[in-house]
Design a protein around this ligand. Structure first.
Ligand code: NAX
Length: 327
């Protein structure tokens, strides 16, 4: 057994965490020989609910769980952590539009970014799940001045997995036969699930399906899947979101074995995306927390327009929180 890894989860009493925490303690993310100490953060009014989650974790007696820290103080919850899942954020209410949500959540990520900067392990890897996740990630990253920017990321893996799932289902093959799908941009309904390099059982996706479907029904289904789940289930995606965050972090820590995956990371100017925007790119990952953007992806005119649209949306989000980025 390795020495325990300290893993923070915020919004630990929420819906996504109710799946995520058990995936973590069962070894799905960091492997079957990696013990973990869970660091759980909640807001004060949710601490009682969190105590129930802690009881259930204890009652599950997981072999890999070597301790739990539960707190409503980010500086205590992030102390020494090597990985952080920033899931908690304020939910969008009926009267809020996207810009209200951005303004409501921004300050949370200033505080959490500063706390990570001050007390997390220097090798910490951060995934932001709480929406609007790209811009929340930007705020946290800018607030953590001493942590290298590329250790911050936001989650587009659920969109990526949704795209894989749609293609596999339509082709009638197991999902592992589908490769080289990439999600570009923002985790919003503008995100672009790009299949121009994708293959199914070695054959190009473009040879299997009509371009009209790939640019129409397919993209639309992936982009609006969250809403369809809320309508059908009466609650937002939780287990699939937890699973996607685990896929993201597992690949980051253990490597994607040559597979293309999608991560929203600080742009270095790749594909004309302005430096610093938290933008989803096709990447491969290697063990030890490294990701490498695939820089020779041939983007067609349709893709270029989509990439630009996402840049514009993220720039507008960035402008809405400009006052929080120099904190
Ligand atoms: P819940 O409302 O069930 O849970 C959120 C939890 O966060 C609550 O327990 C709340 O008390 C806590 N919280 C709020 N402010 C906090 C703070 N400052 N510090 C710590 N905890 C805080 O939401 P859930 O269904 O778990 O979803 C969590 C977030 O994930 C939402 O923002 C949601 O929009 C986002 N999602 C992101 C996805 C993605 O692909 N990036 C997909 C799934 C999900 O929609």
């Amino acid at each position: 057994m390795n020495a325990p890894l300290r893993v923070a989860v915020t919004g630990a009493a929420g819906n996504i965490s109710y799946s995520l925490l058990w995936m973590l303690v069962n070894g799905d993310c960091f492997g079957p020989n990696q013990p973990i100490i869970l660091h759980l953060l909640e807001i004060t009014p949710a601490m009682e609910k969190l105590s129930g989650v802690v009881m259930e974790l204890e009652d599950s007696a997981p072999r890999l769980l070597h301790g739990i820290v539960a707190s409503d103080d980010p500086r205590r919850a992030f102390d020494g952590v090597n990985a952080a899942f920033l899931v908690g954020s304020r939910p969008r209410t009926a009267e809020m539009d996207r810009s209200d949500l951005i303004r409501a959540n921004g300050p949370i990520f200033v505080g959490q970014g500063k706390a990570l900067n001050d007390v997390a392990a220097r090798d910490v890897r951060v995934i932001v799940v709480g929406n609007p996740c790209n811009t929340n990630c930007l705020i946290a990253q800018k607030s953590a001045r001493d942590i290298p920017a590329q250790q911050f990321s936001a989650m587009t893996r659920l969109d990526h997995n949704r795209a894989l799932g749609q293609l596999a289902a339509r082709a009638g093959v197991p999902v592992e036969k589908v490769r080289d799908v990439a999600v570009w941009g923002n985790h919003s309904d503008k995100m672009y699930a790009d299949v121009t390099r994708a293959t199914i059982d070695g054959a190009p996706v473009s040879s299997k399906f009509e371009a009209d479907w790939l640019r129409g029904g397919f993209l639309n289904t992936v982009a609006t899947r969250g809403k369809a789940i809320i309508k059908a289930r009466g609650a937002s995606s939780a287990a699939s979101a937890a699973g996607a965050s685990v896929d993201h972090m597992r690949d980051w820590f253990l490597g994607s074995d040559g597979r293309v995956v999608s991560m929203a990371i600080p742009s270095e100017g790749w594909y004309g995306v302005p430096k610093g925007l938290i933008y989803s790119f096709p990447v491969t990952t290697t063990a030890g927390g490294k990701h490498e953007v695939i820089t020779d992806w041939k983007v067609d005119d349709f893709g270029r327009a989509k990439i630009k649209e996402n840049v514009e949306e993220l720039e507008a989000e960035q402008a809405a929180v400009a006052d929080l980025l120099g904190a």
